[in-house]
Design a protein around this ligand. Structure first.
Ligand SMILES: [Zn+2]
Length: 248
């Protein structure tokens, strides 16, 4: 069996941040609530389907995505145990992918056109998108009150830590802390490097059964999220300056 629970490869961690703290893989997989997996491909003749089955082992894919979420957001004590089934649906639609479902049953819809358009790096893109969507299947969202940008940022933060950073992601982007996706993910990486590893995990757990409030950042870091963002922007600016100076 493949061992997916390694810390991210150094080359995939943003180089000018501190690398995330390495986490030990859970040794006893029997302790972790791996759901059962199903696959539904609605267009077997689609070029994306052909690429998918050429490059990806679906069980390995789904298992690795679940274990990435468990590794980076939970411990054996805190991991949600209610999800029984995750169904991966391959079909063509607008957008890359999305996750739906209730507590026990989840579906991840993956656009076959997106897979076909990622032909040069099918496996990395499919695993990366799946880790992001699987995070949505398991993350807490403050009873639906978490800012969408933070929901998406945490999903990309897990993707980043799992080692599936796509080539187009750039550190230091975004005009607000909850701009979402990679912009918020890199902000969260910086917050942990500056104020302590485990903050993202704790933020996620804080939103279990409790409405989202900016004060959650203060509880974890001692600083308001607006102050954190200001400090991050100053850091990014200083790095940009440093890079320019290094080149000239
Ligand atoms: Zn998402």
């Amino acid at each position: 069996m493949q061992q997916p629970l390694q810390p991210p490869q150094p080359s995939l961690v943003p180089t000018h941040y501190f690398p995330p703290a390495p986490r030990k893989p859970p040794l006893n997989l029997a302790e972790w609530p791996i759901p059962s997996f199903r696959l539904r491909c609605e267009e077997l003749e689609h070029p994306g389907a052909k690429l998918f089955f050429e490059h990806v082992n679906p069980v390995e894919l789904l298992r690795e995505a679940v274990l990435a979420v468990f590794t980076w957001l939970y411990t054996e004590e805190t991991v949600p145990r209610q999800v029984e089934t995750v169904v991966l649906v391959l079909r063509a639609f607008d957008g890359a992918a999305h996750a739906t479902g209730a507590d026990v049953y989840k579906e991840i819809h993956f656009n076959l056109d997106h897979i076909a358009n990622s032909a040069s790096r099918v496996k990395d893109e499919v695993f990366g998108v799946l880790v992001h969507e699987m995070t949505h299947c398991y993350q807490y969202n403050g009873l639906g009150t978490c800012p969408g940008g933070l929901v998406e940022g945490v999903a990309d933060w897990v993707r980043l830590h799992a080692g599936y950073r796509p080539p187009h992601w750039r550190e230091g982007g975004g005009d607000k802390w909850d701009a979402g996706y990679a912009d918020t993910a890199f902000f969260l990486v910086w917050v942990e490097a500056r104020y302590g590893y485990g903050i993202v995990r704790n933020l996620n757990l804080a939103m279990r059964g409790r409405r989202y409030d900016d004060v959650m950042f203060k509880e974890q870091t001692g600083r308001k999220v607006a102050s954190l963002w200001k400090e991050y922007r100053a850091y990014v600016e200083s790095q940009g300056q440093g890079q320019k100076e290094a080149k000239s």
